[in-house]
Design a protein around this ligand. Structure first.
Ligand SMILES: C[S@@+](CC[C@H](N)C(=O)[O-])C[C@H]1O[C@@H](n2cnc3c(N)ncnc32)[C@H](O)[C@@H]1O
Length: 302
């Protein structure tokens, strides 16, 4: 992959940095890529950059989030025009531009869930981390130091992304089980559920913790249907392991990908590398012989 994969906006949990490593474990070409937990769809975009699939399915339980992706791909000019309008408004607040974030947040929470409003909130909020409170309202705070993605940068990125995916993509805002049901042989399913430690149980509309047993069952269904898949499922940082391993009975191979230095640990003056687990379906294991050798976690720590 040449250069950086374009993205729409920073998004917590995005696999943009890891995308080149993850793509090493995909077939060179296949019929359809399904992302049941798409977030900002970093893997779909990276795969489209390399023309890996004929068509793509984007799904996330967060409907307004899928709305951003759909408009970015299908109506990029409209998204950029509307975002530019929202983004420019903040400058009429002078030094109090942070107040504008709360104005847009109120608009969004009172029903104006437009792609441009949510995009601005994600672009300006702390760590691009979308959070909803107990009442189902977006409640993340603004990052006071930044104005959010410049509309000119957005325009360039969205134009590239749209040219790659327009006319080849379907969009859903359903629970991931519906995507498992849709999958059939010839598809590649890439699953990136929320971290096991993360449970936003309150508002089912957007985030649910994905229970471990239920998730394992869903993967078993993919095995039975003979569908290829890759799963990002938790990791290791500073020797501390997050999350439970998927059951061996699924027959997957677990690989630890090097996600670089942990920014959290660096802030605390420590140097800890983060490793993220990637599970490869049994059917894809032969590809391992053509992929570069990954350092195992223990080799990398030595
Ligand atoms: C770790 S993020 C995915 C990040 C994504 N790979 C990227 O590169 O941006 C997990 C996503 O799963 C979504 N999600 C949570 N529970 C879900 C469910 N039950 N079905 C579908 N999506 C769900 C969340 O809204 C969130 O966007």
């Amino acid at each position: 992959m040449n250069g950086k994969t374009p993205h729409i906006v920073q998004y917590q949990g995005s696999k943009r940095k890891l995308a080149p490593q993850i793509l090493e474990y995909m077939p060179k070409t296949f019929h359809r890529l399904i992302e049941p937990f798409s977030g900002m769809a970093a893997i779909t975009i990276a795969a489209a950059m390399e023309h890996r699939a004929n068509c793509y399915v984007i799904n996330d339980l967060n409907r307004p989030l899928v709305g951003i992706l759909k408009e970015a791909i299908e109506k990029p000019v409209q998204l950029v025009t509307e975002y530019r309008k929202v983004w420019n408004e903040q400058f009429s607040y002078g030094e109090k531009h942070v107040e504008h974030f709360y104005v847009v947040r109120d608009r969004f929470n009172s029903g104006q869930e437009t792609p441009a409003n949510l995009l601005y909130l994600i672009a300006r909020c702390v760590k691009g981390a979308v959070r909803y409170g107990g009442n189902g309202k977006f409640n993340q705070s603004p990052d006071k130091r930044r104005h959010g993605t410049n509309p000119d940068t957005l325009e360039q990125n969205v134009s590239t992304i749209s040219s790659l995916l327009k006319g080849k993509t379907r969009y859903f805002a359903l629970d991931y089980h519906d995507m498992i049901e849709m999958a059939c042989p010839g598809d590649l399913v890439y699953l990136d559920p929320p971290y096991q430690g993360v449970t936003n149980v309150r508002d089912k509309r957007y985030f649910s913790g994905v229970p471990f047993d239920e998730f394992s069952e869903a993967i078993k269904t993919l095995n039975e249907k003979q569908v290829d898949y890759l799963i990002s499922y938790d990791g290791v940082c500073g020797g501390k392991e997050y999350g439970e391993d998927l059951p061996e009975s699924l027959g997957c191979k677990k690989i630890m990908l090097n996600a670089g230095l942990s920014s959290q640990a660096t802030l605390l003056g420590k140097k800890s590398t983060t490793f993220e687990a990637l599970y490869i379906s049994e059917s894809l294991i032969p590809l391992l012989y053509s992929a570069p050798k990954q350092l195992s976690f223990w080799e990398a720590m030595a």
